[in-house]
Design a binder for this molecule. Structure first.
Ligand SMILES: C[S@@+](CC[C@H](N)C(=O)[O-])C[C@H]1O[C@@H](n2cnc3c(N)ncnc32)[C@H](O)[C@@H]1O
Length: 244
């Protein structure tokens, strides 16, 4: 669960080009001839993609399960009259409205650890989409979680933040556990230590495709990262696009 991490999330993600991610989403809409008006963003985190979607003028509802993440999102999005922020869980969210597009980026789907819960999520997404709706999300690939991140330790030494990220990957359960120890500098130049544990599940593309079919999605496409190229053995991020 994102708690204190939420308040330094944007600092740690500053190399991630969310504008480019937003432009990719627009390219997906264009490629599949979609002109959505009502958009739902699941697991919006601190609202980095939501900001661009809001700026474009979509009627946007965005949600996350972490109030800490949402409080940062609120600061970014409070001036957009077309954006609503709520706290919901992807697995059982219930919004009394249907959408033209539902989006979830940056491996939020990997946070759903149980296949049954993922099926519930996909069914719920389907239920909240209009006919001819589009569902766009991405995952950290099995390859990335097991070979790149899994059983590795990363240390990052930045100006105000120092962190140690220890990871364990279990081949049987396909669960990746991340133990992160942060040292952040306060106003007086003293370091404050805190720890967070994050867990992601690695899914194969076959598992995801099968679950999407079980949730009655019709056409399913997958691409390497933020591209329209085919995935390969060493794809680290896989974008999925599914149609109702
Ligand atoms: C890696 S962050 C990505 C956040 C944001 N999408 C971004 O691009 O920066 C994963 C997010 O998923 C959220 N999350 C995890 N499980 C969730 C759930 N079951 N329902 C809603 N949000 C969830 C976390 O709180 C966190 O904000």
């Amino acid at each position: 669960m994102y708690n204190k991490f939420a308040y330094i999330y944007d600092e740690l993600m500053k190399d991630v080009d969310y504008k480019n991610w937003y432009l990719y989403i627009e390219n997906v809409f264009n490629k599949f001839h979609k002109t959505p008006e009502d958009v739902l963003e699941m697991a919006c985190g601190t609202g980095n993609l939501s900001y661009y979607l809001g700026k474009k003028g979509y009627d946007l509802i965005c949600f996350d399960i972490s109030n800490d993440m949402l409080s940062i999102a609120y600061n970014k999005l409070q001036n957009f009259r077309n954006v609503k922020i709520i706290n919901q869980n992807m697995i059982d969210f219930n919004i009394n409205k249907k959408f033209d597009a539902i989006i979830s980026i940056c491996d939020s789907i990997n946070y759903i650890l149980d296949e049954k819960d993922l099926l519930k999520t996909f069914k719920n997404v389907k239920k909240h989409l209009h006919k001819d709706g589009i569902f766009i999300f991405d995952i950290n690939s099995h390859y990335k979680l097991s070979q790149i991140i899994g059983n590795n330790t990363f240390i990052e030494d930045r100006e105000d933040i120092y962190y140690i990220w220890q990871n364990y990957f279990d081949e049987k359960s396909n669960i990746a556990e991340f133990y992160i120890t942060f040292f952040t500098m306060d106003k007086d130049g003293k370091y404050i230590r805190f720890e967070e544990e994050h867990v992601e599940r690695a899914y194969s593309t076959e598992e995801i495709t099968q679950l999407l079919h079980s949730a009655s999605f019709k056409d399913i496409y997958m691409y390497n990262g933020l591209s329209f190229e085919e995935i390969h053995d060493k794809s680290e991020r896989i974008s999925f696009i599914a149609m109702t």
